[in-house]
Design a protein around this ligand. Structure first.
Ligand SMILES: Nc1ncnc2c1ncn2[C@@H]1O[C@H](COP(=O)(O)OP(=O)(O)OP(=O)(O)O)[C@@H](O)[C@H]1O
Ligand SMILES: [Mg+2]
Length: 287
């Protein structure tokens, strides 16, 4: 990888994203995401299918612009940036691995050619200092496949090559959407280790989307998306609910089953500074 130091902070303020469908109606994928990630922090995004994880990742990677709200990488607001600047950020500072094994690579080129393509925007000096293609491929277990054409690779091989390409520019921010979903357990652990090495070596800020608890457990911070918002956070083993816009709060998964939409709840502050949330039942005259 190239040797540029340091990760970048990420900040989202009220980020909303709509998709217009062919039928002409709007799908609200994100409905007000507020979020701060420190430089060099490593975060795993969790959440049910359709909760907006991939959408948020493509916005952070400057691949799409949000419909509303603001996104900052460090001091720079990428949600207002022109396409030329965004392209520069995508090719040098932020690497995005999209969901799915086939979308990140040139299918008819070899592994070596894909790596060279990923590093096209680097200066000659940065390229000289960078880890060679052969070394990088060795690290993702593709040492023997340097001249293999992507179209002939398995899904797992493609995901490992996509990761090698993503880290090859030494990005300040690595965004990876389910990078281990098609890998064997051994390959999955190796890829996760490689992602963490990038953080150790360069201080890169890392955001990974995953459905796999084993992968999430290697990250000090988890963010759970629910219905296009940040619903919950886990930090160092403790779980927290996150207050959203308009004071909105998601119930923990178990309670959400027991207390369906429309359930009346009562908030009672205690002397000890705690707040007790209980279900208001019929005997109290509440329906
Ligand atoms: N290109 C698109 N056009 C229309 N709707 C879209 C498009 N991409 C995503 N959506 C919709 O936006 C919402 C969020 O999708 P997104 O792909 O961000 O979810 P996700 O959390 O990544 O889900 P998964 O875990 O299945 O990958 C969903 O309702 C989805 O159907
Ligand atoms: Mg997704």
């Amino acid at each position: 990888m190239a040797q540029r130091e340091g990760g970048v902070a990420v900040r989202c303020q009220g980020v909303v994203h709509l998709y217009r469908t062919f039928e002409g109606h709007d799908v609200v994928a994100l409905q007000g995401v507020d979020l701060e990630i420190e430089p060099g922090e490593r975060v795993a995004f969790l959440g049910p299918s359709g909760s907006g994880k991939s959408t948020l990742l493509t916005l952070l990677g400057g691949i799409q612009r949000p419909s509303a709200g603001r996104i900052f990488l460090g001091e720079e607001e990428i949600s207002r940036m022109g396409e030329r600047y965004l392209a520069r950020i995508r090719s040098r500072r932020v690497s995005t691995m999209l969901q799915g094994a086939t979308r990140n690579l040139l299918p008819y080129a070899t592994a070596r050619q894909n790596l060279a393509y990923a590093r096209l925007a680097l200066s000659a000096e940065e390229r000289r200092e960078a880890m060679s293609g052969a070394e990088l491929l060795d690290r993702v277990g593709l040492g023997g496949a340097i001249d293999q054409v992507v179209a002939t690779m398995s899904g797992g091989q493609r995901q490992r090559l996509a990761l090698a390409c993503a880290v090859s520019t030494g990005p300040q921010l690595l965004l990876a959407d389910e990078p281990t979903s098609q890998l064997s357990h051994a390959d999955r652990d190796e890829v996760v280790e490689l992602i963490h090495h990038l953080g150790d070596d360069l201080g890169t800020t890392i955001v990974v989307v995953t459905h796999q608890p084993e992968v999430a457990a290697t990250f000090p911070r988890t963010i759970t998306m629910k219905g296009g918002r940040v619903g919950a956070e886990g930090r160092d083993g403790s779980d927290y609910a996150v207050v959203g816009a308009d004071g909105m709060l998601h119930l923990p998964a178990q309670l959400a089953v027991e207390w369906p939409a429309g359930t009346l709840v009562r908030f009672e502050p205690t002397d000890g500074g705690r707040l007790v949330v209980s279900r208001a039942d019929d005997t109290e005259g509440l329906r």
